[in-house]
Design a protein around this ligand. Structure first.
Ligand code: PGA
Length: 253
């Protein structure tokens, strides 16, 4: 299965606009899933209950969740609550949340709670910048290990890893990484996951790419073996997201 995941961040401004995008994408989802492509939208949590439709192939996720199932934590959203709405996924450890102060230890605790709630975790890792002697490989491997501290091996089927180099994300990005960059990093991520969970389980965890994915470069990452894409800006343009899904379906024969 290839996963096309839209990370809407704190967009769009209104529920009406969110609904418009979903209305364009929803009809594509059934055929996509039949062809091995799963579209997922992660809107602001406040929009989730209005967007999740019953019995449709389009799936939804949160962009963050608490490390607790419930409790006196004003403003937080629990993974159990996300799951109760019908959300299937949650993005954890996104660099924009790490920039707000989220540590590897916090991400690790959230991952354990999310898996316990039955959600699929889209765990984001990625270096801040690239140095010429390749120290960023160790940085990402360490981040992955620390973000999965104490994560139960039996729950590894709940994991997906999104490699998102920070320098490639958002409007300040210097551009996307290359499919070759993702391939190289994937080898390291696979090895690290195999060390953590054993070869068999480590091999089956989907590895996604994210950071300046658009209609022009999306397919090149999938063609190079990425198990999916985590898409910010382009996923808010319904036509672009539809095209990316369409191309993934055409090429996933
Ligand atoms: P971008 O964002 O596609 O707008 O670079 C990606 C992300 O933050 O997941």
């Amino acid at each position: 299965m290839k996963y096309i995941v839209g990370n809407w961040k704190m967009y769009p401004r209104s529920f009406a606009e969110a609904k418009e995008i979903v209305t364009e994408i929803r009809p594509l989802a059934r055929k996509a899933v039949q062809k091995g492509v799963q579209p997922v939208i992660c809107p602001p949590a406040i929009f989730l209950s209005g967007l999740i439709g019953s019995g449709t192939a389009l799936q939804f996720g949160g962009q963050n969740a608490s490390a607790y199932g419930e409790g006196a934590f004003t403003g937080e959203i629990s993974p159990v609550q996300l799951a109760s709405l019908g959300a299937k996924y949650v993005i954890l450890g996104h660099s924009e949340r790490r920039a707000l102060g989220e540590t590897d230890a916090m991400v690790a605790a959230k991952a354990i709670a999310a898996a316990k709630a039955g959600l699929m975790i889209i765990l984001c890792v990625g270096e801040r910048e690239r140095d010429s002697d390749g120290r960023y490989f160790a940085e990402v491997a360490n981040q992955l290990r620390a973000s999965l501290e104490d994560f139960p091996e039996s729950k590894s089927v709940h994991l997906m890893i999104a490699y998102e180099p920070v320098w490639a994300i958002g409007t300040e990005a210097t551009g996307a990484a290359t499919p070759r960059d993702h391939e190289e990093m994937s080898m390291l991520l696979r090895r690290t996951l195999s060390e953590l969970f054993g070869k068999q389980k480590g091999f089956h965890i989907p590895l996604l790419y994210g950071g300046s994915v658009d209609t022009k470069n999306a397919q090149s990452f999938l063609d190079a073996g990425a198990d999916g894409l985590l898409i910010g800006r382009a996923s808010l343009r319904a036509k672009d997201l539809a095209l990316i899904i369409h191309n993934a379906v055409q090429n996933n024969a």
